[in-house]
Design a protein around this ligand. Sequence first.
Ligand code: ZN
Length: 466
Amino acid sequence: MKIQFIGGARTVTGSQHLLFVNGKKILLECGLFQGRRKDTYEKNKNFSYNPAEVDAMILSHAHIDHSGNIPNLTSNGFSGCIYATAATVELCQIMLRDSAYLQGRDVEWVNKRRAKKNQPPIEPLYTMDDVEKAMGQFVGMQYNRTFELFPGIKVTFRDAGHILGSASILLEIEEDDGKKIRLGFTGDIGRPVMPVIRTPDILRDLDALIMESTYGNRLHSPSEDVEEELAKVVRECCDTGGRIIIPAFAVGRTQLIVYMLHKLFDQDRIPQIPIYVDSPMAVNATGVFRNHPECMDREAHRVFLKDGDDPFGFERLTYVRSVDGSKALNVATETSIIISASGMCEGGRILHHLKNNIGNPNTLLLFVGYAAGHTLARRLMDGKQEVNIFGEKYKVRCKIKMMDYFSAHADQGELINYLRLNPKEKLKNIFLVHGEEEQSLVLREKLVSKGYRNVHFPVPGEKFEI
Ligand SMILES: [Zn+2]
């Protein structure tokens, strides 16, 4: 069998790995390349292989850097099944639609500029119709239920503990000549300490592994008592009568914060102030979480689910879907917590809340996630005194705090630990993907020094026989 690394190779976006086995072509992931538009548009638009020749696709999880180019793949001729966990299928409904909307809006803006220069308009990568068509090809599976993809190719989804529905994939292959290979693909690996989501279920006894390496060069700060830290932040803010604004990704991070606040309320560790989740996408994503208790960890079952309690709903919490409801929050002055998207403050309702509260010294802006360079969230985290919102300048007078505990990716120690059930004499090839040189090369050195053989860091397009 052969593996070709197409995207997510020496970078963290655009994951795409093509397997050639028993005369079949199987695609792992079809992620969107993200970054500057002029660098990524053509890369996403054109495939280096013919999508019509791919026989099946397997998807590890719903994040756009893994799933975001699927509608383009299907509209370019891929007609096979897309296998993912049932929760991933549901999350893709939400995330791919949002992606189509964002791309439509983006292209509108580009085309206005092109028109001024007398250039012809460009097409969006895909539309809502393309998403609808793609969704018809998804097949929802359960964790730990092995199925035969094609003769001689068995597939099992194991919980990757990264986001709801995320999976690591085990492929048990018997080639036409009788050779047997256990190939693993980690997808994105989560952290054992995350609430709600289960601890990663490790792939074992592999002959070859395709492994993510996002944080191959760093160790996360030790998570002491995160719940108490959050409780303390809320109590302090209540004492001064201010508001807490939390920019958070609508899928995943928002639900984790809501879950923790629910626990803190029930334990009387924070005052009875109102909490608002102001993001239609977060409201939809929370519905998916509610539909999939089978993906949740033991604590969520013990604390909430066994008594029929909803981890994501409680008296003091209001989900705001309507625009009017969101506007009403802008004029209210009560002490409260507002959780809104986008997490990097690049769009969405969070911008209105920032505009209205950023100049208030009693407001606390609480960051709970990663922000890429050149985003508004990054500028605020870096301590800029003045920022632009909707084209106008605003002085930053609010308090700013960052809680970096919430990373959804394993760090270097956790990545190395992931290999512990794989004897070095059996695991003959490790392919590091989903990482940049700075991260992955450090991890490669660590793995080699621990005695792992053939630790590769493929370049885009590189093909290996295993
Ligand atoms: Zn991910």
